[in-house]
Design a protein around this ligand. Structure first.
Ligand code: SAH
Ligand code: SF4
Ligand code: F3S
Length: 498
């Protein structure tokens, strides 16, 4: 590939949506003659794909930008760009805080990046491409200013050749009072089913086995095509028999939109993962109201029970915010109660971070001290970990169908220490040029219910489905061994779980 455009360094923080954006931007830039480097010092172009969901994520980027001031002095032709959510949210402020930044490109303008880098290289001066603020126009005008960025996919840019994210929606209209995403990602807009189905087919042709459909509230997906209303369940029906695709996942679900048609699709379509990430955020009605989540704890419980009833083996995970303004000890205890009751597979727990531009920061003081937030965060995490470990222990002896992702992190580290470094990366494991590995190594994959499973096997199994019987566990991982063909024949009574 030509590299006449010099070396590109990119750093990505934030959610899966940002990971996908970076993958697509890098693929596009490589096609235009940029080559990737891991060393910021040798980069001609430096991009930060940023997140604004918590103050900490922004703070880190600003301090990194600060450090680049000197590198820019030494290399005046270097182009420094800030893209993503912080770019859309802070706009001019980025230039004020870091005057050596050349580009600010919001989430809805990513297609402008190649042109803007090119211009910045030839002519000094600041360049900004951002979408309209939510109050700067009618809903349709603002929506038009946020464009979904979905160019052709480049297989070499994926972290794993067998897994791919597919965007099905952009934006969010839920306006939870603490959350900046409706501002940074704009109005909720669903991509046409036809486009999504086409992309999934293309990915399958490139060897992808598992697609994860992405949306901030993915189960709110709604499009009218050829006079027919398409919801997420219809979309799943449309794409599930794409040849080559073995698994379909979707994140993140909004509790209020967890309708029965979707649960039935998950139950009836074998390729769909038995896994639902449905953030509760709190177990206290007053807090949920303050968050403007649009449901009560009772309604969340009812939804949870419906999932358990329709999908008995389905893993459910959640997000919680601790220490939001006004969260009393009693409110917090109610969140712990909900975790005890729902026994989530895992929960992501966050300390409340007041965000400029949100309702919460305007309405309420950030009145829970940081040490209390930290204590609640740690305590909640240890409760969740205890539950995860107990529930994983119940799975010892079961057999899971596992989609092999490649060599486990710890085996890779051990190989790197022995000087083998990257020779067994999953992407190499299918290459004809890969030297035959010395024997089985520790592999990692995921079960249909999204549990991480490690086991010994040949790296060439990467990308295939194998049955693994579980013999041990931790809070986050199941350990086991591959069921051999002979075992499968003589142990037909072996329960095959999920
Ligand atoms: N769209 C997803 C989540 C987007 S942000 C959803 O609605 O579930 C990911 C998580 O970050 C949220 O679920 C929430 O738990 C957390 N979060 C969002 N804003 C936050 C804030 N201001 N402070 C702390 N955590 C926050
Ligand atoms: Fe943020 Fe709420 Fe939208 Fe999720 S649903 S992105 S938490 S506003
Ligand atoms: Fe962060 Fe933007 Fe995602 S704020 S969580 S990168 S949508």
């Amino acid at each position: 590939m030509p590299d006449h455009n010099g070396k590109l360094y990119i750093e990505t923080v934030g959610c899966q949506m940002n990971m996908l954006d970076s993958e697509l931007v890098v693929a596009e830039l490589r096609q235009q003659g940029f080559s990737l480097t891991n060393d910021v010092k040798e980069a001609d172009t430096i991009l930060f794909n940023t997140c604004s969901v918590r103050d900490h994520a922004e703070h880190k980027i600003y301090s990194q930008l600060g450090r680049l001031k000197f590198s820019k002095r030494a290399r005046p032709n270097q182009v420094i760009g800030v893209m993503g959510c912080m770019a859309q949210k802070d706009q001019e402020l980025i230039f004020n805080r870091a005057p050596h930044v050349d580009l600010v490109v919001g989430t809805g303008q990513l297609k402008e990046i190649p042109r803007l880098i090119d211009e910045a290289r030839h002519q000094r001066g600041r360049r900004m491409a951002v979408s309209l603020d939510r109050k700067e126009g009618s809903r349709a005008e603002v929506a038009d200013s946020f464009e979904s960025y979905d160019p052709a996919r480049d297989p070499s840019m994926r972290p794993s050749p067998y897994q791919a994210f597919v965007r099905i929606m952009i934006g969010c209209d839920k306006f939870c009072t603490y959350c900046v995403v409706p501002m940074t990602r704009g109005p909720e807009q669903s991509r046409p089913p036809r486009e999504i189905a086409h992309e999934v087919k293309l990915l399958a042709g490139q060897g992808v086995k598992e697609v994860t459909l992405l949306g901030q509230t993915v189960n709110s997906y709604k499009v009218t095509q050829d006079g027919k209303l398409f919801r997420l369940s219809d979309l799943l029906e449309l794409i599930h028999d794409t040849p080559g695709i073995d698994r379909i996942k979707f994140v993140t679900n909004y509790p209020r939109d967890m309708t029965d048609d979707l649960l039935h699709a998950v139950r009836d379509i074998p390729k769909i993962a038995q896994y639902l990430h449905v953030p509760a955020q709190s177990g206290c009605d007053e807090m949920l109201k303050r968050m403007k989540r649009g449901y009560t704890v009772g309604e969340y419980r009812e939804m949870h029970a419906r999932i358990r009833e329709t999908l008995p083996g389905c893993a459910i995970s959640s997000d919680f915010i601790v220490g939001m303004c006004g969260e009393s000890e009693t409110s917090y205890q109610k969140s712990l109660d909900l975790i005890r009751e729902c026994r989530f597979k895992n929960s992501f727990i966050f300390k409340y971070s007041p965000r400029p531009g949100t309702k919460a920061i305007d309405l309420w003081a950030d009145d829970v001290p940081d040490d209390v937030k930290r204590h609640r965060n740690n305590e909640m995490l240890s409760l969740q970990n205890r539950i995860s470990e107990e529930d994983n222990a119940e799975l010892i002896g079961s057999t899971f169908q596992v989609l092999v992702e490649g060599i486990s992190k710890s085996a890779r580290k051990a190989q790197a220490a022995e000087g083998n470094d990257d020779s067994f990366l999953p992407s190499d494991a299918i290459s004809d040029l890969t030297p035959e590995p010395p024997g089985p190594v520790q592999l990692v994959g995921r079960s249909r219910c999204d549990r991480i499973v490690v086991f010994n096997g040949n790296p060439r199994l990467a990308g295939s489905l194998v049955d693994v019987t579980i013999s041990d566990c931790s809070a986050t991982t199941l350990m086991g061994s591959i069921v051999t063909l002979e075992q499968q024949h003589c142990e037909t009574s072996l329960p095959i779980v999920l």
